[in-house]
Design a protein around this ligand. Sequence first.
Ligand SMILES: Nc1ncnc2c1ncn2[C@@H]1O[C@H](COP(=O)(O)OP(=O)(O)OP(=O)(O)O)[C@@H](O)[C@H]1O
Length: 815
Amino acid sequence: MLGRSLELGRALHTFLRKAPPLSVSADDRKTTENGKHTAIAEEQKYVSGVYDALDAERELVERRLAESLRMADGEPQAQAEREAATATYSDRLAQLKSVEQGLCFGRLDFTDERRARDDTDSPLYIGRLGLFDDTDDYRPLLIDWRAPVARPFYLATAASPDGVRRRRHLRTLSRRVVDVDDEILDIGSGGDSDHLGLAGEAALLSALERRRTGEMSDIVATIQAEQDRIIRADMGGVLVVQGGPGTGKTAVALHRAAYLLYTYRRQLTTRGVLVVGPNSTFLRYIGQVLPSLGETGVLLATVGELFPGLEAVGTDTPEAAEVKGRIVMTEVLEQAVRDRQTVPDDVLRIDAEDNDVLELDRRTCERARAKARATLKPHNVARRVFVDTLLDALAEQAVAKLESSVLDDVPDIPLTEDETDDGVLLDERDYATIRRELTEDRAVQAALHRLWPKLTPQELLADLLTDADRLASATEGHLSAAETDTLLRVPGSWWTPADVPLLDELAELLGEDDTEARLRRERREREERAYAEGVLHVLEQDDEILDEDQIRVRDVLDAEMIAERQEARSNLTAAQRAAQDRTWTFGHVIVDEAQELSAMDWRTLMRRCPSRSMTLVGDVSQTGSRAGTSAWADVLEPYVGQRWRLRELTVNYRTPSEIMDLAAHVLAEIDPELRAPRSVRDTGDVPWQRHLDRDGLAGELRSMVDGELAEVEGGTVAVVVPEDMATHELEAVVRFDSSGEADERVSLLPVDRAKGLEFDAVIVVAPDEIITESPRGLNDLYVALTRATKRLGVVHTGPVPDALAATTSGAQNAR
Ligand SMILES: Nc1ncnc2c1ncn2[C@@H]1O[C@H](COP(=O)(O)OP(=O)(O)OP(=O)(O)O)[C@@H](O)[C@H]1O
């Protein structure tokens, strides 16, 4: 406890050093303390009222939900309405339950001029969602943080107060107000007694000082101005957010999702928002942020999870993953598909079921193939043309054979008067019958399948990656023999995340012969539109009784919109429906750690977002994947040209300055032009460094971890190691105690798993190996060094990397 207070003290000290000098006398301090107690008591009264309103609304929604569940099943229409009501009430209830902690966290008091302008005397209270007082003309009790009027809470400064006299942060524990921090923005308008101390910064620092639990928390009470501008940026187009480690990119991305869902609810409820993260550990880490902000309708996924029905649990070598991520794979796959559209070397003989032997010669097959390819349709769709053309040829052959055999067998019969001898014995109906029989003939089906098989993406890719000849043919001219070899694998291998964009690409190249399904869908859409027209008709009859000047229903609703709502009423949320549908397109896509995605990953994501309404957050200095990018323009140019916006985040909220100073040496080695973000805190804890023999490492690590656990008073500790040290054995040493119990506060991770995460203390092991194990090893080391919120230790088992050598002497053997 004392340690934490000291750290907070030091942090505040730093801020006071940076802030203009304040002279606070003992009397001032007493007045401040008294004022604070009074303020807490006052705020408690208000906050209790807000919780009462929350309870009342919960009760009401619970009652309505129970009623809608009790409603008997009736007409299909009534049943659909019941389902829609149930879904709406369930959502609202989940939202009301999720905002329990920290419901109300801010208050804005305005200047006299602003109050006169807005004709109001009341302060505004800011919280996680909006609540109204239904006993007082629906006066707003609590303003949703995303509402435009709440914006000054995040943006107003003393230099630009925007009519705000005082910004107050309320800190609550359960439903109890435990502290208030004030910031006087319009010094001229307020008395000194109102000034309760350093406010915005104190609330922020207190949030940053909290012990980490292994799950990310929301930052709604302390969003900073540069972050707020990004969170509330327009939804259209591609917005890239570049920022160093700990600058809040993930936090900003998630709050942006919540903001967009609030502001553009109609568009986004139907199409949904997709948030993409680098791996499932990371998705678990961020999984609670949006629910805590009351948003449950967002699909969180890795790119590897975007192919419904498939689990990509395998792993590629880094070399294979890099090759699979290259854009040239589109050409490899195109060739692989073309290779499956074959013709016989000479003649293909088919033993049809009636024992007729039919033949398909190379030229006929080539013509059918050319005709099918000329449609430019995907393989499975164009197959219909290929098959039809060959069935025609086979049917003609069968007819000719039949006729000639009949003519051969039957003695000359004299013609009647109305017959002519054109050699044709069978009419069109006979021809159609023969063609249909051939269509159903297994030998014919097998032959056509061999020439142009109907394929699923999984079949084609599995065949391709396990067959050296097929692979060599598809990669010829695109990949070297060595690169091709990296792709080859044994049959029955698990799918990997890098396979998913290839499967997605193949799904496009192969297509689906969905004629039947399309007709069914079109019929359903027609019915929905007809229903919507019916609704409009009924509403307009009511309209006619109204005054001419009043707005008419058709002015605000159209059939298309009603039909869309009807579709959205299905029990599933957009996110749930999207998760089951590969071709789903989202209203907005947010990508975290976006620098890690390969060119093929981007193709998959762009398909999910044809509107290109996207937010991409990342840091090109942290790129670890060989397939990732080091320049945003390279990624975006093929999709949006120059039409994308770049915003930067410059302040590091996670890593104290002592640790950033060390990491900055590594950054300088990556690129001397790059600047590390400014740390918001310092703690006085200089990172320690030690040398250990690799043999003695396991024995020592556990006690080092114990030491760090004690320093961070039960917070989290991570040991970040090179890939080949991330073994179960070492994990057991580091995490398990003598009774075999795992310590949940401790993790052992390779760098790529630690990306995006944070821990109170971090021990980085063998930095020299982290650097040499990958072409982007320095970036990996930079990531590893910047995961700590409080303490950092480095354990060398080999030579000390140059970037760390300059800083070792003073800190040597600090542990
Ligand atoms: N305004 C803020 N108020 C309180 N905490 C904040 C704020 N901004 C960021 N943080 C905290 O700082 C830490 C780092 O944030 P985050 O993980 O979003 O950074 P990042 O830029 O994604 O980092 P990295 O690139 O290293 O993964 C988190 O604990 C986050 O909650």
